[in-house]
Design a protein around this ligand. Structure first.
Ligand code: AMP
Length: 359
């Protein structure tokens, strides 16, 4: 079986690595000659909207998936005429537009921060008075890792916030005083079977994920599980989906979902017997889903900007360094380090050693 992927970044690389033992090979489209997945998979070097490249991908592959949600919807439409594209196009379209996404959460009875659609500066001023301060302005489309966002703390910030997001169609939402940011990663196959990984608790720096902690037996697991199942069933979803939530007191509020494997689930490679990458491949290829239970505790540390020197950690049991082979650049995710141990204390001990050795 051959799976075609739109995108050849680190997620594609890890999907391809997980696909190999399943007897699945990967062909992907990416316009970057140094795309990380080209170490392990065949690349079609082209833009995502190149009609000839899309036809070539459809000729070679048995099924299509993607590794990022800003895939051109027209490309998905073209590919869908020839073969299945998973996750389905309605999931992609919803996740590409924060307003559609928020409306879907509301329809499904999943709490969200108070929000309003914004199309002009006047609407923004009025919405700020209704929602209250502080609040967050986010472009409806093409935002990621905190890009296309501005926090408004006083009425004096409104003009600058509107300009900073390029006066693009947006939503304004209440700033949540969250205790925790968590994500739940789940997978659904074409028959509607689901599996769910234990929760990840996530720490962000400047809007970019910095650390994820696996949280077994989390008191919010059942609630998160219900929300993600509702979402996947409604979308008739196939593949891995990540739902990001804010915990405020006893309530979970949905922030957004990603129709793909997710950075907060990278610890599943070493932490579970079937990683999010393998389960995504299994789902799109129509293979039985794998186990999602964790045996111990895991922590994932993102390497942002450049890979740290890891010499002091090499050979430490329970430490795995993933270097995506990307050139250094500010705010770029270039790798991650996963720590695994039998319990919280042991993983914290490992974390202290690794943090001392990172330079
Ligand atoms: P997003 O691109 O929506 O995932 O936002 C990136 C990060 O900004 C989130 O992970 C939060 O840390 C923060 N953030 C986004 N929306 C809000 C909000 N409504 N209230 C507080 N923090 C937020």
């Amino acid at each position: 079986m051959i799976v075609g992927i739109l995108g050849g970044g680190q997620l594609s690389l890890m999907l391809a690595e997980a696909a190999k033992p399943l007897g699945i090979s990967i062909v992907f489209i990416d316009p970057a000659p140094d795309a990380c997945a080209n170490r392990v998979a065949r690349q079609i070097l082209a833009n995502y909207d190149d009609p000839a490249a899309l036809e070539q991908l459809a000729d070679l592959a048995d099924v299509i998936t993607y590794e990022f949600e800003n895939v051109p919807s027209e490309s998905v439409r073209i590919l869908s005429r020839r073969l299945e594209v998973y996750p389905p196009s309605n999931a992609l379209a919803t996740s590409q537009d924060r307003l559609l996404e928020k409306n879907m959460f509301v329809e499904l009875g999943i709490p969200v921060p108070a929000f309003k659609a914004i199309d002009s500066l006047d609407e923004l001023r009025e919405a700020v008075t209704k929602i209250g301060l502080p609040c967050v302005l986010k472009t409806r489309r093409f935002g990621y890792d905190g890009k296309g966002q501005a926090v408004i703390r006083s009425m004096d910030d409104v003009n600058a916030a509107w300009q900073s997001i390029g006066e693009a169609p947006a939503i304004l939402e209440a700033f949540m005083p969250f205790e925790r940011e968590i994500s739940i990663i789940a997978v659904r196959d074409p028959e509607g079977n689901h599996r769910t990984y234990p929760l990840s608790e996530n720490i962000h720096n400047n809007g970019i994920l910095a650390q994820s902690y696996s949280r077994n037996d989390d008191p919010f697991f059942d609630q998160s599980c219900q929300y993600v199942s509702r979402l996947m069933d409604t979308l008739e979803y196939v593949g891995v989906l990540a739902l990001e939530l804010f915990q405020v007191g006893e309530t979970l509020y949905a922030n957004e979902f990603a129709p793909r494997v997710h950075n907060s689930g990278h610890w599943t490679i070493e932490g579970t017997s079937c990683s999010q990458f393998e389960n995504h491949m299994r789902a799109v290829a129509g293979l039985p889903l794998g186990e999602t239970e964790i045996t111990g505790r895991s922590v994932m540390l993102n390497c942002i900007g450049a890979m740290p020197k890891v010499s002091g950690m090499q050979g430490l049991s329970g430490v795995t360094v993933h270097d995506y082979g990307k050139s250094p650049r500010d705010n770029r995710k270039v790798g991650h380090i996963t720590l695994n141990a039998e319990d919280d204390d042991a993983v914290e001990e490992l974390l202290a050693i690794v943090q001392r050795n990172i330079s």
